[in-house]
Design a protein around this ligand. Structure first.
Ligand SMILES: Nc1ncnc2c1ncn2[C@@H]1O[C@H](COP(=O)(O)OP(=O)(O)OP(=O)(O)O)[C@@H](O)[C@H]1O
Length: 278
C-alpha cells in the first residue's frame, strides 16, 4: 500500500506500473475480424472475436474445419495482421519470431543439420553465447524426452521424435509464449498420446503460456487449462470453458482420463463442436 509520501513523490507510479504489468494478459484479442482477399473473392475467416489469455494459461482452440482457428493463431504469431480490431502480445504488436515459439503440423527442421544443430540455431537467434549452446541443447532435448540424440541427423529419427525436436526448438528461444497448430495431427495414435503427455508435463513444469489448435476434443481436455470452441466460419466464441484438472507435472495420464470431470468436459466441449458444425 503506497504511503501519502509515495503518492506525492511518484513512487506510487512504480506500484501502479507493477500492478498493470501483473494484469496485462499474455495475449489480448479485441474485436478482431479477419478477411482474406478482396472484392468478390474475399473470405471472412474470423470474428468479431475478443478474448484474453492470461500468462500461464494453456488455451486450446477447437471448432469445425474453416472456423478460423489457424487464422487466430497466425494473427497471434504476427504472420497476419487483423483486418479490424487489435491483437497484442504482452501489450505489444505481435511480430513473427519475436514473442512466440511456433510449432506446426510438420516439424519443418533443416534436414542437412543434426538434431542438436537445429536447436542450436534457435539458441543463436535468441542471442545465447556459443559456449553455452551445447549444454542448453542437451537440457532442451532432455525436456522433450530426447536426451543423447544431438548428434543424429533429422532423417535418422522418427516423425514423433522430429516433432519433439520442433518443440525443443520452439522452447529454445526462451519465449514465454508457445503457439502450436495441430502439432500432433500427422502422428500415429500412440506417438500422439506420448507427445501429449510430454507436452503437458513440460507446460506444467515451465508454466509457459500456450495456445494450441486441434480438432481433437480429447486433446483439448487433456492439455488445456481452458478450451474455446469457435463457431463455424467466420469463427466467434461459441463456448469458453475452464479445465480444472490436476496439473502437477507428474500426473498419471490414465488417472486423469478416468476422472468424472474429464468425461464431463469431453461431453460439453464435444457437444459444442457438434453444434457449431451444424
Ligand atoms: N491464405 C488464405 N487465403 C484465403 N482464404 C484463406 C486463407 N487461409 C484460410 N483461408 C480461409 O479462411 C477460413 C478459415 O481458415 P482457417 O484455416 O483459419 O480455419 P481452421 O479452423 O484452422 O480450419 P481447419 O480446421 O480446416 O484447419 C476458411 O474458409 C479458409 O478457406
Amino acid at each position: 500500500m503506497p504511503s501519502p509520501d509515495d503518492l506525492r513523490t511518484g513512487a506510487a507510479d512504480g506500484v501502479r506500473e507493477a500492478a498493470t504489468a501483473a494484469v496485462t494478459p499474455a495475449v489480448s484479442v479485441r474485436g478482431v475480424t479477419h478477411r482474406y482477399g478482396r472484392g468478390a473473392d474475399a473470405v471472412t475467416a474470423l470474428g468479431p472475436l475478443s478474448l484474453d489469455v492470461p500468462a500461464g494459461e494453456f488455451l486450446v482452440l477447437v471448432g469445425p474445419s474453416g472456423s478460423g482457428k489457424s487464422t487466430l493463431l497466425r494473427l497471434i504469431a504476427g504472420f497476419e495482421h487483423a483486418t479490424s480490431g487489435d491483437v497484442t502480445v504482452h501489450g505489444g504488436t505481435p511480430e513473427p519470431g519475436r514473442q512466440a515459439g511456433v510449432v506446426f503440423q510438420q516439424p519443418r527442421l533443416f534436414p542437412w543439420r543434426t538434431v542438436g544443430e537445429n536447436i542450436a540455431l534457435a539458441l543463436r537467434y535468441a542471442g545465447v553465447p556459443r559456449a553455452e549452446r551445447p549444454a542448453r541443447v542437451e537440457d532442451l532435448l532432455e525436456r522433450v524426452g530426447l536426451a543423447g540424440t544431438a548428434g543424429r541427423r533429422t532423417w535418422q529419427i522418427s516423425g514423433g521424435q522430429q516433432q519433439r525436436v520442433a518443440i525443443a526448438r520452439a522452447l529454445a528461444g526462451g519465449k514465454d509464449l508457445l503457439l502450436l497448430d495441430e502439432p500432433f495431427a500427422a502422428l500415429d495414435a500412440l506417438t500422439r498420446e506420448r507427445l501429449q503427455e510430454d507436452l503437458r508435463t513440460v507446460s506444467a513444469r515451465t508454466g509457459i503460456t500456450s495456445v494450441l489448435v486441434t480438432h481433437s476434443v480429447d486433446e483439448a481436455v487433456f492439455l488445456g487449462t481452458r478450451a474455446v470452441v469457435l463457431s463455424a466460419g467466420p469463427g466467434t466464441v461459441a463456448l469458453d470453458v475452464r479445465i480444472s484438472l490436476p496439473r502437477t507435472g507428474n500426473d498419471d495420464p490414465d488417472g486423469l482420463r478416468g476422472l468424472p470431470e474429464y468425461a464431463a468436459l469431453r461431453a460439453e466441449i464435444g457437444a459444442a463442436v457438434r453444434d457449431a458444425a451444424r
